[in-house]
Design a binder for this molecule. Structure first.
Ligand code: SF4
Ligand code: ZN
Ligand code: ZN
Length: 303
């Protein structure tokens, strides 16, 4: 039975507590708002863009951010979608993204790889011998940062959840990418730099299954279709491993994030000096090298 009201439960949380539909929705929204305030994600006067893919996470986070903005006059919200050009997949999820923005009355901007970079992701993976997700991630971050800056956005919201973050932490450990871990966290980045739009993750402490249930109970239009390139990712192996562990040892993902949060300030401090040497690429985007990763890849695509 539900811990609060004795109704039929819809979920058992990793704390062992069972909740009914309404109590779960209430728990979910309160936990998101608490995460936002705990990590000081949003301030007065913020102009927020939600990176909207049309999947459950970004759709749900857009809904919650829009409801917060409704209650605070000084906070503005819009949505930005990136069309990577993945045939039979992104075209479908973008329809849901459009429908959600229309429902909420939110301005929606769409930027495509084809138009902005000259190639769709499908064309890129045929030309370059690289992991599709690595390629995709470089260009998505590039376009989101570039257009957020142009649109005078002060915070970029992503739908990343506890599952995503715990996978990233473990992947960085397995690959010895300590500096990549330093850039993670509920508010990304190491030093404040006007060229980098800060990314915030209001679902940082929520599990993927909780977001799935919330989006389902709220009847959001969202696609659960999987990207055709996802299966090839190293990430999916780590995801399966963590899911298996979580099933046998409830709370493992939470424990990974809690231990990570305990050392994150030290990691950020350690990498601060290096981050101060950020240069500007000729395209205008910040980079640790004189030519940014996106420009390097575009050159390789053209060669
Ligand atoms: Fe891009 Fe990989 Fe995500 Fe597909 S699964 S959208 S290729 S990052
Ligand atoms: Zn209840
Ligand atoms: Zn560049």
């Amino acid at each position: 039975m539900c811990k609060n009201c004795d109704l039929k439960p819809v979920i058992k949380l990793s704390s062992g507590v069972s909740l009914c539909k309404n109590c779960f929705i209430d728990y979910f929204e309160r936990k998101t708002r608490k995460t936002i305030s705990k990590f000081k994600m949003i301030s007065k006067g913020d102009r927020i863009a939600v990176g909207l893919s049309g999947g459950k996470d970004s759709t749900a986070v857009l809904y919650i951010i829009a409801s917060i903005a409704k209650r605070h006059d000084t906070i503005k919200v819009m949505a930005i979608s990136i069309d990577e050009g993945i045939k039979g997949y992104r075209d479908e999820t973008l329809k849901d993204a459009k429908a959600m923005c229309k429902k909420l009355g939110i301005t929606h901007k769409v930027y495509s790889y084809k138009k902005e970079l000259g190639y769709t992701l499908d064309q890129m993976v045929k030309k370059l011998d690289m992991n599709p997700c690595t390629l995709c991630g470089v260009f998505r971050r590039y376009l989101l940062n570039k257009y957020s800056r142009k649109l005078k956005v002060t915070k970029l919201v992503t739908g990343h959840n506890l599952d995503d973050e715990s996978q990233s932490v473990i992947m960085n450990q397995f690959r010895s990418n300590v500096d990549a871990s330093a850039r993670l966290g509920p508010v990304t980045g190491i030093v404040a730099d006007y060229r980098f739009i800060r990314r915030i993750k209001p679902f940082y402490l929520l599990l993927e299954k909780e977001i799935m249930l919330y989006a389902f109970l709220k009847k959001f239009p969202f696609s659960s279709q999987e990207c055709p390139y996802a299966h090839s990712a190293y990430r999916s192996e780590v995801r399966d491993m963590l899911n298996d562990f979580e099933q046998r040892h409830l709370g493992v993902k939470n424990n990974i994030i809690n231990s990570f949060l305990a050392v994150l300030p030290l990691l950020k401090e350690h990498y601060k000096a290096k981050s101060k040497r950020i240069k500007s690429c000729k395209c205008g985007e910040p980079s640790s090298e004189s030519v940014c990763k996106a420009c390097q890849l575009i050159k390789e695509l053209k060669d």
